[in-house]
Ligand binder design. Structure first.
Ligand code: PLP
Length: 214
């Protein structure tokens, strides 16, 4: 499927389901610049990476030619990389703790700049997975508001081997309850369900760039 065909498919699916067309984040982790350039040349500007280091190696050079790229951080970020992440990314999808929110506010106060933020919710309550628990979400959102952070929505990664739709449904319910605009959900294997359930961002790697080898 070409990128244009993928866009058309998602547009039709959204129309048929009576939901708004989500934005596509082209997930370029492990993908070399040579393979990213054709997607940039087609006019697409929204890309996602899951590691700060890798993004820092690839994107400053690409941005010289395509300065209006909007880069999204999809992976967990350690506190010692937070400052770099905030300088590089337009949106961070993985806010997960009050402590991290406070650190972000501190850096924002120093630099007078802050990316848009989404909170990653551990909808499957998996011990090993990043994200805030559903129970702790209200406190984190409250802290974000108190700090004046631009928290705009929620993100989830359903547990492997489970049906994704109930997790997407839960995330949507939470976003409605807390009056949040954005829902980042759906990857190559499950984006159709995410679109139908109201995703505003889908994060697509494999369907755009092929299988990852790294
Ligand atoms: C890698 C990754 C994606 C994209 O996965 P695909 O299955 O290749 O579409 C989406 N979201 C996150 C958080 C990722 O790490």
């Amino acid at each position: 499927m070409t990128f244009q065909e993928l866009q058309a498919q998602i547009r039709h699916l959204a129309q048929d389901s009576g939901v708004a067309m989500p934005k596509i984040i082209a997930v370029s982790k492990t993908v070399e610049a040579q393979q990213i350039i054709p997607v940039l040349e087609s006019g697409h500007r929204i890309f996602g990476e899951n590691r700060v280091q890798e993004a820092q190696e690839k994107w400053p050079m690409l941005r010289e030619h395509y300065p209006d790229v909007e880069l999204h951080l999809l992976g967990a970020v350690q506190s010692n990389k937070l400052r770099r992440a905030m300088a590089l990314f337009s949106v961070i999808h993985t806010l997960e703790s009050v402590k991290q929110a406070r650190r972000i506010a501190q850096i924002r106060d120093e630099t007078q700049a802050c990316p848009r933020l989404l909170v990653q919710v551990n909808t499957g309550a998996e011990v090993q997975k990043a994200g805030v628990s559903v129970e702790d979400l209200p406190v984190l959102l409250e802290e974000g508001r108190a700090l004046g952070l631009p928290v705009e929505g929620l993100m989830c990664l359903p547990p492997a081997g489970e049906m994704a739709a109930p997790h997407f449904g839960l995330l949507r319910m939470l976003s409605e309850r807390f009056g949040l605009e954005h829902l980042s959900m759906g990857m190559s294997g499950d984006y159709e369900q995410a679109v139908v359930l109201g995703a505003t961002y889908v994060r697509l790697g494999t369907v755009i760039f092929g299988e990852r080898h790294a």
